[in-house]
Structure formats: C-alpha cells, structure tokens
Write a protein that binds this ligand. Structure first.
Ligand code: UDP
Length: 470
C-alpha cells in the first residue's frame, strides 16, 4: 500500500484565505506529503507560479480545478473570488454559488482519494462531505486562537446584549486576560441576529464535528489562549504557523498572493536607501476600500508625521491632496494595487506597520519583528487589535471605534493617526515595542525550526494522520 499521505486543501476564494492555505500546502509538500489544492478557474494563477517552483524542487503539489457556478446564480463569468464582488447585490449570489460547491467537492474527492481534507471554515458542509469518504476533515479558520476564544465567550455569555450603550466598554468574560470591547466594535452578526449569525452557527457546529482545527499561529504567541481553546472550549487544535515563514527567498515573497504592482528591484532599491527602522508600511489588506475623505485624512497625517512610508492603495482610490505625491517624493512610496508585503516587512528599513489587523498581516508583522499601528475595520480585526496592543504589547491603536464592512465617513481623525504613527516610529513606547517585537520574531522563527513548537505540532499531526489511515 502507498504510505504517502495525500492531503486535499480547499481554501475559500479570497486572498486572505488562499494565501495561508497555499503556504500550508507548500509546508505539507516539503514534509513529504502529496498536497492537492482545490480551487476555481480564476484563482489558479494565484497558486500556479509557486507550485511550479516547488514541483521543480521535486515536491508533490498539485491543483485540482473545480468549476464555480457563476451562470447558475447570475454572476458574470470569472467572478469567483471575493475581491471580484464589486456591488452589494453580488454578495448573496456569490454566497449561493459557494453553497453549490458541495457536489463538485464530492466529485473531486471521489476521483482523487485524499487521506484528509483541510477545508476552510466557510464551507461548513465539508465535514459531512469528508465523512462520506471516511476521511478526517480539518478546519482552517485563518484567524488567531485569541479571536476564536473571544468569539466563543461572546456567544457563550452574551454580555453585550444587556448593555445600556453601544459605546461603553464591557469585559469579555472567562478569558485569561481582562479584555474590554464596546458593542460598536463587534461584528454585526454578534451585535444582532441576522443571516450571518445562522451561518456562524453552522460554521461552529461543523468545527465541533470535525477532526480538529489547524491554526496559523504558534504556541509561544498565545499559550493561555491555546490552553483555553483546548481545555475550556474542548477543541482539538494544531498550531503550525507562522505559515508565511515558509517563504524564504525573494522570489517566494514576491510571488505570494497576487501579481505585484511594483517591480521588486524598484521596491528594494527604495528601501535600501532608507535607514533601519525608518519606514512605516501601510496596508489594509486585500478587501477594504476607504472613503475619499478618510484617505485624505490619512494622507495629511502621514505628511504631518514627517515619517518615511510605503502606502498601498487600491487602484481605484483617487484621493490624494493637491501636490501630495510631488511633496512626498523620496519620502513616501505609493503602491497602487498589490504590494510584496512580506518582502517589505522583512526589510530592515521597515520599522512600523499600519494595519487593519487582518490575521495574516498581524502574524506577518510578528514574524518580521515589526511593531504595529492598529486600525481595525471589520471581521475579527478588533479582537486582534486587543491581542496586539494589550496582550503582546507590540502596537498602538489609532482609536478605531466602529466595526464597519463598508466605510462611508471619516472614522479616525488626522491628529489621532499622526499621534499613533509618531509614538510607534520615534516615541519611547515605540522603542520598547520594537524590542518586544524582535523577541516575538525570534520566537516565531524558532517555532517553525526543527524541534520548535509549530514544527512539532505539524509532525504530530502528520504522524496521527498516517496512523488513522493505516
Ligand atoms: N497582501 C499582500 N499585498 C497587498 C495586500 C495584501 O501581499 O498589497 C497579503 C498580506 O501579506 C496577507 C494577505 O494579503 O497575507 C491579507 O490577509 P489579511 O488576513 O491580513 O487581510 P484580508 O485581506 O483578509 O482582510
């Protein structure tokens, strides 16, 4: 019998989900596993270059194509990535199409016979699909252990339901640290019951029924929360990150995710000319578009702070104050579109990261030893902000107050942005945070090395999967 493990990975079709899944597949393959990534046509280019390179190195990593039923749900052809949803009426259609992927997944598993399925949390039916084929389903949430614990507490105690005001901070009960949030910072499906609340219930039920959970984190980063997740919440989990650390050379870092909108040499040349720790990198992930006035407020704050910066803006965002780019020449580099984020964070000139606290970005900052200016927007980002600023103490908040998926107004003022930037880049607190961030970087690198916590968790998982497949 062939004793090689074969793991199929099925990421949700959004950059923040596909990027860490790609890293995970590469890590599995470099550990002798045959890894098959299941994805839909327009998303293949995100994976193909890295796969090609790994295959040349002799690793067994493949793509299995699945059709996305755009025509059935009335979406334009090629609209099979969350970033291609450009109008609100497309959202239910996209969700409908995703719910129709159950049968195609079954057909693929029937053909390719993997020993295990790693499926994104966004596919709650994947646990039942895997059990039809007698194989374990592992859930990949793509979020921190901390966020999973906060979410559980909010659902368990519902403290937020009895508050008099949206603005009063309340304590999230039962956690290892005292964490306070306001109702305004909670996801809308927690604040009030809506169709996403039901979807979240299904996701959690599917997690409980699954074989276990893979988390992109490492033990030393959030040990108390892993204990909580395992002992209080009773989940089986393996922490195998930071996954981004599998991208070792420049080519790996540049090819990660989308096609970069700046030439790598140009980007590195710009950074090489700057002093160590003197550049603030600003990026709000792959999904969010700010309003014009908010961007203007940010531009003014950056100019007033006097710091060097690299700012990633969306191609369609046109907002800069008159003469801004000319005045900022040499001081500020604007990347319109996709930036090689890990390459920039790893450069010694980068000394701060203004981030929306998406979990990939947060962990990438940790793995690069870069302190953060935190500006959460939606999803579980307000939870991550608390981890960064209050538990790990490697970030300062700009004071974002309100969870919002689509921002229409100015949420954070220039003075608050400038203050947080200055504190992180040149303040005394910033200096202390830089040292702590460097310690975390060191820990994260050790975690994935031979004998480290993530290395050991990964090996324990693979051994366990081999045993149950005998
Ligand atoms: N990213 C990147 N270049 C960009 C924007 C984003 O490489 O210009 C990557 C980033 O490194 C991270 C992912 O996209 O791995 C974004 O994930 P995150 O969880 O931070 O945020 P999301 O996009 O899901 O909101």
């Amino acid at each position: 019998m062939d004793s090689q493990l074969h793991i199929a990975l099925f990421p949700y079709m959004a950059h923040g989900h596909m990027i860490p899944t790609m890293d995970m597949a590469r890590i599995f393959a470099s550990n002798g596993v045959k890894a098959t990534i299941i994805t839909t046509p327009s998303n293949v280019p995100f994976f193909s270059k890295a796969i090609e390179r790994d295959r040349q190195l002799g690793f067994e990593i493949f793509i299995q194509l699945m059709n996305f039923p755009t025509a059935e749900v009335g979406l334009p052809e090629g609209c099979d990535n969350a970033s291609s949803i450009i109008a609100p009426e497309m959202i239910p259609k996209f969700c409908k199409a995703v719910s129709l992927l159950q049968n195609p997944l079954e057909n693929i598993l029937k053909d390719c016979h993997p020993n295990c399925l790693v499926a994104d949390m966004m596919f709650p039916w994947a646990t039942d699909v895997a059990s039809k084929f007698g194989i374990p389903r592992l859930v990949f949430h793509g979020v921190s252990t901390f966020a999973l614990c906060v979410l559980d507490s909010l659902r368990r105690y519902e403290t937020h339901k009895s508050l008099a005001s949206d603005f009063d901070p309340f304590t999230v009960l039962g956690l290892p640290n005292q964490i306070k949030l306001t109702r305004l910072q909670l996801p809308n499906y927690i604040r009030e019951k809506n169709k996403h609340t039901e979807a979240m219930d299904q996701i959690i039920q599917s997690e409980v029924k699954s074989y276990g959970v893979l988390i992109n984190s490492f033990y030393e980063l959030e040990p108390a929360y892993l204990e909580h997740y395992r002992k209080v919440m009773g989940r089986k989990a393996w922490l195998i990150g930071p996954l981004s650390l599998c991208n070792k050379d420049t080519e790996d870092k540049v090819q990660r995710g989308d096609k970069t909108s700046i030439d790598k040499h140009e980007c590195l040349k710009w950074l090489d000319l700057k002093k160590p720790n003197s550049v603030l990198y600003i990026c709000f992930g792959s999904m969010f578009n700010f309003s014009g006035p908010q961007l203007l407020e940010l531009a003014r704050a950056l100019e007033a702070s006097g710091q060097n910066f690299i700012w990633v803006v969306k191609k369609e965002e046109k907002f800069l104050p008159e003469g801004f780019e000319r005045r900022m020449e040499g001081k500020g580099l604007i990347i319109r579109g996709w930036a090689p984020q890990v390459l920039i964070l790893d450069h010694e000139a980068t000394g701060g990261f203004m981030t929306h606290c998406g979990w990939n970005s947060t962990l990438e900052a940790v793995a690069s030893g870069v302190p953060m200016v935190t500006w959460p927007l939606y999803a579980e980002q307000f939870f991550n902000e608390k981890l960064v600023t209050e538990v790990l103490k490697v970030g300062i908040s700009v004071g974002s107050q309100e969870w919002s998926r689509h921002e229409k107004k100015i949420l954070v003022r220039m003075e608050d942005i400038e203050k947080a930037v200055t504190m992180v880049m040149v303040g005394e607190e910033g200096e202390v945070m830089k040292n702590r961030a460097k310690e975390l970087e060191e820990m994260s690198r050790k975690a994935v090395e031979n004998g480290g916590s993530s290395f050991s968790d990964l090996n324990a998982l693979l051994e366990e999967l081999k045993v149950i497949n005998v």
